[in-house]
Design a protein around this ligand. Structure first.
Ligand code: EPU
Length: 298
């Protein structure tokens, strides 16, 4: 099957079997990708998607691996990662930022600062890619990505490219269901005119806030969505669960809605710790904690 897929791709595309994924996630746990592809171009990406559709092979799009928990048995089918330069461009055009899905959000924020575009500072500290941020409607500091999205380019399962207004998509807190069946290729972001000093000041304030409240050890970011009643971090803290451990997975002492990997954690450890926290929240406080982190694999 691999040989057949390889034959349809340009030589610059990366194609591997049984590719370890732990090192490609910020939590650093999980198994392998049965087939791993980094397409070199949109044409090659279309070849991969059509290949999957024709053979009924599942595919999963990996961004920068934050907000992601890959189970220890790995991911069956095809894992697509838009890590090649063709997908990572960020350029300024008429006061807008044109961003590829593979671009790091940090790069997007840096380019915005250079171009004097304010309002995008919140992207700086989110350890994700543009595509992942669209898929999850990533947010921080009271804003989320779709607040600043003007248009989105995406590919459908048949490999055709489309564009639409961000406002046309079904967006909610930490999610955009559209990208379950469509693959984000990029977005045009709008900003507001601001001086570089103003942008730098806001960026620093956000960074200070993040550094003082969130752990730097490997994690997947916040594990649970904030329920209406109380922020998940405060709830887990109040339940006295900071420092609770399963194997190498520990509830962060800095922020209770983070599970950190002390180095030896497996996905099973993290999943058991998630279940323990959910159980305590339900029995002690009657609150259902829904995971924010995307859990995939076998
Ligand atoms: N809190 C505690 N104990 C803790 C952690 C938090 O009491 O251990 C309290 C804080 O004092 C605060 C409240 O809980 O009163 C909320 O905490 P925080 O201000 O840290 O924000 P958050 O709601 O926990 C959200 C996002 C983060 C984002 C930050 C900063 C969610 C689930 N989380 O965190 O996003 O970085 O705001 O804007 O919406 C992520 O999505 O992965 C993520 C980290």
């Amino acid at each position: 099957m691999l040989t057949e897929l390889a034959a349809g791709l340009s030589p610059d595309s990366v194609l591997r079997r049984n590719e370890p994924l732990a090192g490609r996630t910020t939590l650093r746990v999980g198994g392998v990708a049965e087939i791993y592809v980094e397409p070199a171009s949109e044409a090659d990406l279309a070849v991969v998607l059509r290949f999957c559709a024709q053979r009924g092979l599942p595919h999963f799009v990996l961004g920068r691996g934050s907000n992601l928990l890959v189970r220890d048995g790995g991911i069956r089918g095809v894992v697509i990662c838009l890590a090649q330069p063709a997908f990572g461009q960020v350029r300024v055009e008429g006061g807008r930022l044109v961003c590829g899905a593979g671009a790091r959000l940090k790069t997007v924020a840096t380019e915005a600062r250079r171009a004097g575009l304010g309002g995008l500072e919140f992207l700086e500290g989110i350890p994700g890619s543009m595509g992942g941020a669209l898929r999850m409607n990533a947010g921080a500091m009271g804003r989320w990505v779709f607040d600043v999205v003007e248009t989105v380019r995406f590919m459908d399962a048949a490999g055709a490219v489309h564009e639409c207004q961000g406002s046309e998509l079904p967006v909610r807190y930490r999610g955009c269901a559209w990208f379950r069946d469509h693959l984000a290729l990029g977005a045009v972001l709008r900003g507001e005119p601001a001086t570089r000093e103003q942008i730098a000041e806001r960026t620093e304030a956000f960074n200070r806030r993040r550094w003082s409240s969130q752990p730097t050890a490997p994690s997947a970011g916040c594990i649970f969505k904030n329920p209406d009643a109380v922020p998940a971090g405060r709830l887990i803290d109040e339940l006295g669960l900071k420092g609770t451990r399963v194997g190498g997975a520990v509830v962060s002492a800095e922020h209770a809605n983070f599970i950190v990997n002390e180095g030896s954690a497996t996905a099973a450890d993290v999943l058991r710790l998630i279940a323990l926290i959910q159980e305590r929240a339900r029995t002690r406080r009657g609150i259902t904690l829904e995971t924010e982190v995307e859990i995939v694999g076998e």
